[in-house]
Design a protein around this ligand. Structure first.
Ligand SMILES: Cc1cc2nc3c(=O)[nH]c(=O)nc-3n(C[C@H](O)[C@H](O)[C@H](O)COP(=O)(O)OP(=O)(O)OC[C@H]3O[C@@H](n4cnc5c(N)ncnc54)[C@H](O)[C@@H]3O)c2cc1C
Length: 338
């Protein structure tokens, strides 16, 4: 059991800046995110797109913003728990017990939900037979590309991820790319490259087919695909990869007994507390009159929620407002030497 002052659900820009605000007022936190990387929508949906409305930063990409937010909280050494989802909350003696999908447990007086539009989950194959190989030889993301070396890999999808991985893996694997249409959604340059690789027999390109069944007992042997007229064939495969994009699901957040308004959580704008004592909601997931789903709003909300946590984490102390420019305590916490 990990004891802490605050558990932050979500490592998007809002959760990250809120961690900074907790750090400067002297509170500890643990940050959990379902994704395998830090940054929420900025890193998952638009890492290379420039953002133009972050105060005092005329232009920065989603990735640059994330990297700077990570740098800003580095002095506090907060722990991230990635690839894990906050699943269950239970109240015991005025403390929250927070359980994750991977079995981690936290004890805390405060939870800050910075879950954006919910957890990002890959859209999976509709075939039941794919489930038994899920995570071993049927995959929806790639963590270690070396496992595919000299193997037969069947990739499904027509967007950038499917095309990019088909191109990359064609160097050292036997790649088949299957797409249900003739047209691809990915970048034109990638589509041209795929067509060239197919002409040169470096990849096996099959269009107008989709998955029917996954074959194999114990280990994966192949994948059966079908076309619109019902014809089917089996392609040998050691690995099957599906890149059909991500779905965002509110997921377990909907089960925590919080008031909900169209998949968002109403909050009190004084401190961003929800209808449950010690549970706060900030960023895209919270709602109140006039709410703007912008990163800058999330920063403000995080600053107030952090102060809201103080009274439950340090019931015997009085929170004292201080400027970072003037406070030697804050500078000590940041490790600033003058
Ligand atoms: C294409 C695009 C362009 C945009 N451009 C701009 C712009 O120019 N300016 C601007 O201000 N805003 C922009 N936005 C909006 C901005 O990205 C969002 O307002 C911002 O990301 C919200 O931050 P957040 O931290 O609240 O949530 P998110 O960034 O959505 O992060 C939430 C995180 O919580 C995690 N999570 C959810 N549930 C759980 C759970 N149960 N357990 C663990 N983790 C969980 C998710 O995996 C996710 O990583 C843009 C959005 C998009 C899609």
């Amino acid at each position: 059991m990990i004891k802490t002052d605050v558990v932050i659900v979500g490592a998007g820009p809002t959760g990250l800046f809120c961690a900074h605000q907790l750090g400067i007022i002297g509170l500890k936190c643990e940050i959990v995110d379902n994704l395998d990387k830090i940054g929420g929508q900025c890193i998952e949906l638009y890492p290379d797109k420039p953002i133009y409305d972050i105060p005092a930063i005329p232009k920065c990409t989603g990735k640059e913003l994330t990297n700077n937010l990570i740098k800003q909280i580095k002095p506090f050494n907060f722990d991230f728990h990635l690839n894990d989802r906050v699943q269950e909350l239970k109240n015991e003696n005025d403390r929250w017990i927070v359980k994750t999908l991977n079995g981690k447990e936290f004890e805390t007086p405060n939870i800050i939900i910075a879950g954006g539009v919910g957890s990002f989950e890959p859209r999976k194959f509709p075939t039941k037979s794919a489930e038994k190989f899920d995570g071993t030889s049927v995959l929806y993301s790639i963590k270690d590309k070396t496992i595919f070396k000299d193997k037969s890999v069947v990739i499904f999808g027509g967007g950038d991820s499917a095309l990019d991985w088909a191109i990359e893996l064609s160097n050292s694997s036997k790649v088949t790319l299957v797409h249900r249409r003739d047209e691809f959604k990915g970048a034109a340059a990638s589509v041209n490259k795929i067509k060239k690789l197919s002409e040169n027999k470096k990849i096996n390109l099959i269009t107008r087919y989709s998955i029917k069944d996954v074959k194999g007992n114990g280990s994966l042997e192949g994948v059966e695909i079908k076309n619109e007229t019902g014809e089917s064939k089996v392609v040998k495969a050691d690995y099957v990869l599906g890149f059909f994009g991500l779905i965002m699901q509110l997921g377990p957040i909907a089960e925590w007994g919080l008031n909900l308004d169209k998949k968002t959580i109403p909050v009190n704008t004084e401190n961003f507390e929800t209808n449950k004592k010690g549970i706060f909601a900030i960023g895209d997931i919270c709602t109140y009159p006039g709410k703007l789903k912008l990163i800058l709003s999330g920063f403000h909300e995080g600053a107030l929620a952090a102060r809201g946590c103080f009274k439950y984490a340090r019931p015997d102390e009085k929170y004292r407002f201080e400027f970072t420019t003037a406070s030697s305590t804050i500078k000590d916490r940041l490790g600033v030497k003058e």
